[in-house]
Design a protein around this ligand. Structure first.
Ligand code: SF4
Ligand code: SF4
Ligand code: FES
Length: 512
């Protein structure tokens, strides 16, 4: 438990964490100190002077809040006229050469400069000389486009490449109103986390080629989610919108702070996995190798399972714990063999020592906890005798080449329950579309054994059912996540005391 201190802000007593800088300390109790260059992941640089505040203890008239630790009894002034004037003066300085780009700027609606102008400035420009012209639309690489005229030279992006990725591709060249951020000649951004500079930039100077001009941010609904791009399980915002007469579309993933998992950032590959939530979705059910309505496909699979003498249920290492357990329970009930073979998800050597993991499955730890065998040997031994394979969203096509897949399938009937259309779903006799992770609630366990819960973020016009619901329609006894958890707690000692609705925001470290 952090030590707390009492201090006064504009005469009002507040209790804050001792030692934190004033920006973070008072923001925890809902008081804003405007700032541009400070970011909690990058520390205080002290260059923008937007955070100047008064302290009534004989210090200089104004001090930067980003560099001033909260201390007992401190009297902080934010509303004195001379502080308001310095805020207006700093804003005026920042805006002297700033283009009036807000109507066409992606950052509008989530821009610190725009918001601070409305809150702390509001004056008309007094400039009568032409503005300094700088570079626009500069391709910095990795899908980052830079606008030097919008830049407030806060240095966050530069510090990110120096302190976080340690790749140092960005620098600030020249001084005064000629200062600008640039890459070194012929050396664009070249790191797997580069798009974080777009989020870090407090203004619209760093934009993403992927998101530029796609949506006004105030139209986006911003839900919490967890990236399923690898076993790290980084916390994200899922920004989506349903335009009139259309279906829900996800426009971007952005990092969401979780000190226990990913801190403030995510990797670029994970960020782009939102596309799989939108594109190449399996839409049309199939039964007996032909297009069918969903109920016919479900009936067909139910019959196939009841008639099979040796069925194999193959679960996905990215499915939620609830889904994995529901499939396992159904396999026991139906006399099928449940397995989790998924070698194709592992890209040996692809991970790094920061966030990115070799294992591109979000919940392989769930398979282990439930005792589901994920070895190739067990899968191939079971397949040698099987007459029905049901893939519960397992991307088996990644684990074999075409010949290998044909060999392992043999004459076995193939059924898939899948989110996306791929080579496996295309050759399946029975195919049932299912919800993807942005469309259902559940929990996953990451590579550090942290159990994290997530809620449904997106509701499609015609929402596909999630695997728990489909398994229930196939004859499984568990109807929903509540029933799954009741059974899970009894079956898995590690989860016996876990209340799913009380899993903390930062996740729950499992002890065994
Ligand atoms: S591009 Fe953005 S983050 Fe980088 S220095 Fe300019 S304003 Fe700051
Ligand atoms: S490190 Fe893994 S979990 Fe994190 S954003 Fe990247 S792919 Fe997603
Ligand atoms: S945030 Fe303190 S000087 Fe920039």
């Amino acid at each position: 438990m952090a030590e707390m201190v009492k201090l006064f802000v504009n005469g009002q007593e507040v209790e804050v964490e001792s030692g934190k800088n004033l920006i973070d300390a008072v923001s925890a109790v809902g008081i804003e100190i405007p700032h541009l260059c400070y970011h909690p992941a990058l520390g205080a640089d002290g260059n923008c002077r937007m955070c100047l505040v008064g302290i009534e203890d004989g210090r200089p008239p104004l001090v930067p809040a980003c560099k001033t630790p909260a201390a007992e009894g401190m009297k902080v002034q934010l509303d004195a006229e001379h502080i308001k004037k310095i805020q207006r003066d700093v804003m005026e300085l920042e805006l002297i050469n700033h283009p009036t780009d807000c109507p066409i700027c992606d950052q509008a609606g989530e821009c610190s400069l725009q918001d601070y102008y409305m809150k702390y400035d509001g004056q008309e420009s007094r400039m009568t000389v032409p503005q300094v012209k700088k570079g626009k639309k500069l391709d910095f690489g990795c899908g980052v486009v830079h606008d030097q005229e919008r830049c407030v030279v806060c240095g966050r992006c530069v510090r990110f490449t120096r302190e976080i990725t340690k790749t140092g591709e960005l620098g600030i060249v020249n001084r005064t109103d000629a200062a600008r951020v640039n890459i070194f000649p012929g050396q664009p951004l070249n790191n797997r986390y580069a798009l974080n500079v777009v989020d870090l930039c407090p203004v619209g100077a760093m934009t993403s080629t992927d998101f530029r001009f796609k949506q006004r941010v105030w139209f986006l609904s911003k839900e919490k989610g967890i990236c399923h791009g690898c076993s790290k399980g980084c916390n994200i915002f899922i920004d989506h919108n349903r335009e009139k007469y259309k279906d829900e579309v996800i426009y971007r993933f952005r990092p969401r702070l979780n000190e226990e998992v990913n801190g403030y950032f995510i990797c670029d590959e994970g960020r782009m996995t939102y596309k799989w939530e939108n594109d190449q979705r399996l839409i049309t059910p199939r039964a007996n190798g032909s297009e069918a309505i969903k109920s016919a496909a479900v009936d067909s699979l139910r019959n196939a399972i009841s008639q099979a003498s040796k069925a194999v249920f193959l679960v996905s290492p990215s499915s939620s714990l609830e889904q994995q357990f529901a499939v396992k329970a159904f396999a026991e009930q139906a006399g099928a063999t449940v397995l989790g073979f998924s070698d194709g998800y592992i890209k040996a050597g692809d991970g790094d020592d920061y966030l990115i993991q070799d294992d591109k499955a979000a919940n392989r730890a769930g398979l282990a906890l439930l005792g589901i065998d994920a070895t190739r040997e067990a899968f191939e031994a079971a397949m040698a005798e099987a007459d029905l394979l049901v893939s519960f969203d397992n991307a088996l096509g990644c684990s074999y080449d075409q010949d290998g897949l044909a060999k392992v399938l043999g004459s076995c009937t193939l059924a898939v329950i899948a989110t996306n259309s791929d080579s496996l779903s295309e050759q399946a006799t029975i195919a049932i579309p299912t919800a993807s992770y942005s469309e259902y609630s559940g929990s996953i366990i990451n590579c550090d054994n942290i159990l994290q819960a997530f809620a449904r973020a997106v509701v499609k016009n015609d929402p596909p059912e999630d695997i728990v619901e489909i398994v229930n329609r196939l004859g499984g006894e568990l109807e929903n996540n509540q029933q799954v958890w009741a059974a899970l707690k009894k079956a898995v000692p590690t989860l016996a005391e876990v209340e799913p609705e009380q899993i903390p925001e930062q996740g729950l470290a499992l002890t065994s």
